[in-house]
Ligand binder design. Structure first.
Ligand SMILES: Nc1ncnc2c1ncn2[C@@H]1O[C@H](COP(=O)(O)OP(=O)(O)O)[C@@H](O)[C@H]1O
Ligand SMILES: [Mg+2]
Length: 187
């Protein structure tokens, strides 16, 4: 592992959603998160958590058929899915030049299908499913490219803690979204 990278393990949907929420709290425009991993690994679950933390109340579903969904929280959230995308022209029709990430932040599922559309400053997130003695889980690997992405990964590591039984400590996240302040209530 290189400096700045992080690995987190989750064993429940809610845990991945929580990690998404911490990410959502730490993110500021114009960050782009590129999501990699097989179908059903939890990419959309992670985006759902981030959307909640950004104050978006709408249901977050996979944009694989429409390619792009736009939500308005504290700032716009552009949720892309390149899975069914065949030609780069379709991306241009969607306005990718304007929305990745535009005035907001963006999450791109199946980002590896059209890497040439991703910006240089980027947070790469790869989710892998694993099975072991206690069932299934997910390994979430964060690789930041650039200072903004690195800061977000640092915040993530600072915030995430585990209970003695190995489950994630899902502490309430405050409304405070300023990068300089703490995430936890009462601190
Ligand atoms: N640890 C976990 N993290 C995320 N999702 C999980 C986990 N364990 C089971 N799941 C399930 O896996 C599925 C992930 O779906 P989804 O987020 O739509 O995947 P993707 O967008 O990667 O195709 C959901 O049904 C979710 O409940
Ligand atoms: Mg998905």
């Amino acid at each position: 592992m290189r400096q700045g990278e992080a690995f987190l393990t989750t064993r429940a949907t809610e845990e991945t959603e929580y990690i998404g929420a911490v990410l959502g709290k730490a993110m500021r425009p114009p960050l782009v998160v590129a999501l990699y991993g097989d179908l059903g690994t939890g990419k959309t679950v992670l985006v759902r958590g981030a959307a909640r933390a950004m104050g978006i109340e709408e249901e977050i579903s996979s944009p694989s058929f429409v390619l792009l969904k736009i939500y308005q929280g504290r700032f716009p959230l552009y949720h892309y899915d390149f899975y069914r995308l065949n030609q780069a022209e379709e991306l241009e029709e969607l306005g990718i030049d304007e929305y990745l990430p535009g005035e907001g932040v963006a999450f791109v599922e199946w980002a590896g299908r059209f890497p040439e559309y991703l910006p240089q400053e980027l947070l790469d997130v790869t989710i892998t499913r694993f099975f072991d003695y206690s069932g299934e889980g997910r390994r979430i690997h964060f690789v930041p490219h650039g200072p903004q992405a690195s800061q977000v990964v640092e915040k993530l590591i600072e915030t995430i803690t585990w209970r003695v039984d190995g489950t994630l400590n899902r502490l309430p996240l405050t409304e405070e979204i300023n990068g300089a302040s703490s995430f936890r209530e009462g601190e």
